[in-house]
Write a protein that binds this ligand. Structure first.
Ligand code: FAD
Length: 498
């Protein structure tokens, strides 16, 4: 409530925020989480909490009047539809040259993501975060993160026989035929539940085209794992539909935190100020970077380092589809479970998630989200005329990602006798390179913060999310974000709270 004083306030309830919330509450510290999205616990008139991808309604997007699907076209025609404006689960945040997809709600990105839980190769982790003790990460914090996230793997025998991964088997074959290796990828979706869906024993979710607007069943999102465990301590409070807008040193010590409360229609219902001894920024790469860049520019936190807002990257994301010759299946699991692993290729590392195209009908489409090693980095900049924070990212900076992915998929197409689809990302457009699933960086560890996420000059302010990672992890990022947060909060608890 307005005027409250709390020991710790966490901005955002995604991976970084949820890890901090669990470890703080377990240590006996009352913790307040402030989350701009809603708490997804109340079913709509159809009895479901989330809508599916075939029939998106107002629950799909964060305050939009039209859907903005990553695959926004079909046969070159726009595939989006009108919806009413609402505090939906998926935000497509538009910057000048790119748009960044993010989850909105208690659980952050875990509500809308594909659940792929990938631990990066240790050699690459050492390259991107050289100040972090990698042996400690791989010995302690990656295992701890995987255990608490509920990561599990598909039964390989079931994978080979089920209809719903025909698309992955077809993509695997064409990749292997062209000389590329493939790997199974663990997930936080409960594969045991998925097998029961397939056998018609339980309500379908992954097998009912549910993913990017949320899953009604089967997925161990953060509200079911880290946040549920934190709540069980009795020391967690969560304020949904509250957006933090201001943080500044309080006269008597600690920080004043300003926030705006909205209803699900977007009307402002209250503005509040509370005092917190400590504030943890866990609003995601984009959210934390925007907030800190604007607070520095507005003189609220003027002494933040100049590295705040820099070193942002898109994890080398680029999406592409092939028009296959083999049936990919009318029934497709929305949860990816296989990747083409070409990361060791010195001519251009690529880790390509074999993505579903859950259209509910046969499409012969092989879809991929390629993760590449793109060296380009963007910067968040405060615009004093609008009062908003923009992202300086040149549209042409995705070219290294396209080049790397093109080498792999040209070879696959050539061997398989197939072609690219050019009708899914626009008219005559092969590469989906104007959107991002994996924003990373903006407040990089050991640059904008110290080696454990402390913001220099402001004792008690911390960064604890994907913004700590310098633009790339080489794989889907949430396991890395979670493990790094586990490492940092353990250190912070032991030293700053001692
Ligand atoms: P987030 O999870 O984004 O959490 C930040 C939270 O802070 C959000 O809930 C946000 O609403 C809230 N917030 C922001 N600003 C404020 C504010 N000012 N006040 C209050 N609250 C605020 N990664 C994988 O590893 N595997 C996958 O399969 C995968 N698939 C994906 C599919 C999609 C469609 C998308 C969009 C992402 C996917 N990702 C995947 C990426 C993954 O979800 C993100 O990397 C991850 O969620 C980032 O974690 P985070 O803690 O940094 O921030």
């Amino acid at each position: 409530a307005a005027g409250d004083h709390v020991p710790v306030l966490i901005v955002g309830s995604g991976y970084g925020g949820s890890v901090a919330a669990l470890r703080l509450t377990q240590a006996g510290i009352p913790t307040a989480v402030v989350e701009m999205g809603q708490s997804w616990t109340t079913p709509g008139s159809d009895g479901k909490i989330f809508c599916n991808m075939l029939n998106p309604d107002q629950r799909s997007y964060w305050f939009r009047t039209e859907t903005d699907q990553p695959v926004g076209y079909f046969l070159g025609f726009p595939a989006n539809k009108s919806i009413s404006s609402y505090a939906g689960a998926l935000d497509s945040e538009q910057f000048a040259t790119t748009r960044v997809y993010q989850g909105r709600g208690v659980g952050g990105g875990s509500l809308v993501n594909g659940g792929m839980a990938v631990t990066p190769k240790q050699s690459y982790f050492e390259e991107i975060l050289p100040s972090v003790d990698a042996a400690e990460m791989y010995g302690t914090y990656f295992p701890r993160a995987n255990a608490q996230l509920g990561v599990n793997s598909i039964d390989p025998a079931w994978f080979e026989s089920c209809d719903c991964y025909q698309y992955a088997r077809v993509s695997r074959k064409t990749a292997n035929d062209a000389g590329y290796g493939t790997v199974f990828v663990p997930n936080v979706y409960d594969f045991g539940y998925m097998e029961q869906e397939d056998a018609n024993q339980v309500p379908r979710s992954a097998l009912a085209s549910e993913v990017i607007y949320g899953n009604n069943h089967g997925k161990k999102s953060l509200d079911k794992t880290y946040l549920a465990a934190a709540a069980a301590t009795g020391r967690l409070s969560i304020s949904p539909l509250h957006t933090v807008t201001d943080v500044a040193p309080a006269p008597g010590g600690g920080y004043t935190v300003g926030m705006t409360q909205i209803d699900t229609a977007g009307n402002v219902v209250a503005t509040k100020t509370v005092t917190a001894d400590r504030v943890i920024f866990a609003a995601g790469s984009v959210g934390t970077s925007k907030l800190l860049v604007s607070l520095k520019a507005k003189g609220r936190l003027p002494d933040l380092p100049d590295a705040v807002g820099t070193a942002w990257g898109n994890n080398g994301n680029v999406m592409v589809a092939r028009a296959g010759l083999d049936l990919t299946g009318a029934l497709q699991s929305g949860m990816p479970t296989m990747g083409i692993d070409n990361w060791a290729d010195p001519n251009g590392p690529v880790f390509a998630e074999i993505a579903p195209f859950p259209a509910g009908t046969e499409t012969w489409i092989n879809l991929y989200l390629a993760i590449t090693k793109n060296p380009n980095r963007g910067t968040f900049v405060f615009d004093s005329s609008t009062g908003k924070v923009g992202l300086n990212w040149d549209a042409s900076w995705t070219q290294p990602s396209i080049d790397a992915a093109k080498r792999v998929f040209d070879a696959i197409n050539s061997k398989a006798g197939t072609v690219y689809r050019s009708d899914l990302f626009g008219v005559n457009r092969i590469w989906g390179d104007d959107f991002v699933y994996h924003p990373l960086g903006g407040c990089v560890l050991d640059q904008a913060t110290d080696n454990h996420g402390r913001l220099p000059g402001y004792p008690g302010l911390y960064v604890m999310d994907g913004s700590l990672i310098p633009g790339s992890t080489g794989v889907n990022p949430f396991v890395t974000i979670t493990a790094l947060a586990e490492r940092n909060i353990e250190k912070i608890l032991a030293t700053d709270f001692a």
